[in-house]
Ligand binder design. Sequence first.
Ligand code: AMP
Ligand code: MG
Length: 324
Amino acid sequence: MLALVLFPLGCTANRPGERPGSGEATAIRFEYARVVMGSRARIVVYAGDEATAIEASREAFGEMDRLNLVLSDYTAKSEAMRLCASPAGVAYPVSADLLDVMLKASIVHEASGGAFDPSLGALTSLWRVSFKSGVLPERPVLEDARARSGLGLIEIDAGQSKILIRRAGVKLDFGAIGKGYAADRALDVLARHGLNRAMVDLGGDLALGDSPPAADGWEIAASNDRGDSHPLLLSNVGVATSGDTYRSVTIDGVRYSHILDPRTGLGLRSSQAVTVTAEEAWLADALASAASVLGPEGCRRLTERWPSARTIWLAPRAPNRANP
Ligand code: AMP
Ligand code: MG
């Protein structure tokens, strides 16, 4: 994932208590950061007093922690992993949150022609090993994981709030949608406390609320490691970036991304980075990952399906032997 550098307008980063000096004399900027879902999570809110900001932000971080225990594939205790460990072929009752994410992921899966696939966990687990070892998975091992991947192996019964996995060894991976989803929910929590001028940044996936006081939006810079930067001024929108700038492995001279091409089961060999803005952060997150697989031409189908979504492509990092 690329760094999305965020500078709330008119404020000094990391220093709460700055008065914007606009008509909203009571709005003070507060900023808090913590690790959530293995990533740096940051909340910026404008509130009338510190007690409200602290209480609302604590609850918002708590909401992201709670969703981690629903969605994570890094702990066997999460609801998603308990579902995957349940007997194959038996419908398993799931929470409203897990059902909601599964349905949203399915929509993007279908719209992307399968480029976005939350059921690739068996393959992403293999790739995590390759990232550490620098060795590609053996062909039979890769084929076995491919046979345990694919949304065709999963049945969703939305009415009964149940999910059935047809085959043992299927593993869900919400890594390409979960952070955006959790950022949205955290922004909802802040809004319930009356803090609408707020933004949540979960590992670079952003849920933006109303603009900071006296500003036309939150000033965002989508950037890559070549120093390219694209400035954006946004509010009430989700923003996410996918790419391999910080997460790739080079094996036998070929650079592979942590994003997999579901058609091959292998990491992408292109090194494009794409920033997506969409109505909510879960959608921006999922679309950015799908667009990475589809490329600038292929992702037109996504922006046709979601006309308000915007894609910003950053230049590839360096020529890749496989994709010169
Ligand atoms: P992101 O950084 O949002 O693009 O998410 C990347 C993460 O999503 C990876 O680390 C995997 O856990 C998972 N993933 C990889 N490839 C795909 C894919 N084609 N569809 C959905 N999730 C994927
Ligand atoms: Mg994503």
